[in-house]
Design a protein around this ligand. Sequence first.
Ligand code: AHG
Ligand code: MN
Ligand code: MN
Length: 329
Amino acid sequence: MSSPLITIERFLLSQQPEYAKGDLTTLFYDIALAAKMIATQTRRAALLDVLGYEGTTNIQGERQRKLDVYADDIMFKLNDHTGRLCAMVSEERDDWIRIPENYSKGHYVMVYDPLDGSSNIDTNVTIGTIFGIFRVLDDGNRGRLEDCLRCGRDLVAAGYIIYGTSTMFVYSAGAGVHGFTLDPEIGEFLLTHENMRFPENPAYYSLNFGSYRSWEPEVQQYGDWLQTITEPRLSQRYIGSLVADFHRNLLYGGVYGYPGEVNLPNGKIRLLYEAGPLAFLAEHAGGYGSNGKMSLLDIKPDGLHQRTQVFIGNRSLVEKAEEFIRKQD
Ligand code: AHG
Ligand code: MN
Ligand code: MN
């Protein structure tokens, strides 16, 4: 007999304890719906004239593409009125996002990168969405900056959606990391990857070696080590979409790194809505995420868009980066 078809809704309900079968479960439905809408748009991007730049820049000085803005809008519009959130933080918005006064507020805060890997959009290469969910610190308020500026250790759930040859929704609410694949015919995410774990023997490293000359010497030494080890011998794969690089390394084992550079000392990846949620997933899949010195989950951001150096993936490979970096101190 073939295995049962398990939709994301059915799986969430069976996984969550009784007390959590409310807002958190329904929040996932809303994110899954946003994911389907973004997937539909990305699939038809060239036809719908949503490729290219919007003509605006975000707080980090990056030129926004039309799909960055579209994805941000969808994530916001599907979550502002539901009464499940009290605040949001998006890569594409300067300040944290308040829930409009005319809507009731909920107990959760959602941080998100609406479209990750934007540089790949126009070339039909895999992109993603990253999200993390915190519980509000004080149920009595409507959400404040301090409810948003939290370390990854405080996350109650995190996940990503990957828009590749198929669309997948991967999440953890603290009990394993699970992956669902969108069946576009019926518009449902179906369980395809239960309990994802980094394989013990890694296969890949994913760093942009084009920046090698701008790295600190100890990071260069780590890069050299990755290229020369023989047990196991690793291959290089670098897509330039953090979600896609992370996803491949989760399936086959490996490490993704975005080190600091001479003119970009903390690298490019943002702590709150990129590194934190993925480090949460990594740890729940038996891996590890570090800034080279400590767990990414233990760094409390001072700013919403703070950047951090990142090494994330198989624990053994990430700890090796820490070893090289520690030697330098
Ligand atoms: P975003 O598109 O959300 O700004 O993130 C892009 C990030 C990340 O996804 C990727 O790994 C990295 O930028 C690629 O940067 P380089 O092209 O400098 O390697
Ligand atoms: Mn990103
Ligand atoms: Mn982005």
